[in-house]
Design a protein around this ligand. Sequence first.
Ligand code: SF4
Length: 371
Amino acid sequence: MSSSFYQDLTSISLQDKIHSDSTCESIFSDSEIELLPLLNAAYQVRKTYHNNTVQLHMLNNAQNGNCPEDCYYCVQAKTATTDIDTYSLKPESEILAEAEKAFQSGAYRYCIVMSGRGPSSKRVREMANTIRRVKEHFPIEVCLSVGLIDEPAAHILKDAGLDRLNHNLNTSESHYPNVCTTHSYQDRMDTLHAAQTAGLACCSGVIVGMGEKVSDLVRVAKELRQLEVASIPVNFFLPIEGTQLSEIQSVEQNGSSILTPDFCLRVLCLFRFLNPRSEIRVAAGREHHLRGMEVMSLYPANSMFIDGYLNAEGTAASRTLQMIQDAGFTIETNGKISDILQDQQVKQNSVLLKELPLLRPRLDSNNSKLC
Ligand code: SF4
């Protein structure tokens, strides 16, 4: 493929124009489009808006399991048979202690995640109080994922100091009925609109590898562009035994997965080209699907989780920090945290972080949950 093709990919993004569907789909179908120049084209866009910085996020699974919804990919769904530890909302003292650990380990953002369709108004008020306390004690950005919410709830959370609301679209509108039947794509869109009306920044992403077509990925990437979401977590589906989707896939795919490292990196490039200003986070499945090519995700993406996911183990924080530094990227921190990231401190913090699985539901290392 000529160098002008890659230059056009970059310049169209930098001019705030939107690439055609056929160009987007060719990234996956045209064998002449090589990975390295493609990554470089995406990197030019990333560098323009995000320099060489990487934001680190740490998750707290504050409420696990017992969800009445039937998301086919989720171990917490009512239909999943995966054996997980379930618990209702953790006490506030625990959420605060984990916020402190996130702060001390260099996380830019602390993400509180709760299972369920959506919170009651009493739970919204409780979460608002907890968010207020976290913000009083630690200079860390707070993101909350609580399922479906309406505008009054969004206002209460915004007034408490919430920085971002996470609510993933997960896939395209047309593919949505194939991954969930208890709520609709429109329900998810309504939540994002409620959050934006209340003045909350939105984090909304996808799970790749749920039987969608490339055209579905292009469609949802363009939808997120239209919504101007601040942050896009790109998860790569981890087939957990007991979830509906893993059962379907094990029959249909006969053990093979489309999620090769090459494919995953192209997906990240697609999201970067279509959402040049957004924070693109390489999320769940980073270690499992990208394998030895994990570090290359930093060229399109500018954000990562450290120390695992909701129900899945990830790489130790110290290794992720080392990988980022080795590749010449710098970690975006909140104020004084930069002192904490000195080598010696990173080693100390990795000891702290290894204790975190004790605060999370214990699962086999192969298991994970994507929300
Ligand atoms: S993804 Fe969220 S809403 Fe869906 S089943 Fe899991 S916890 Fe419930």
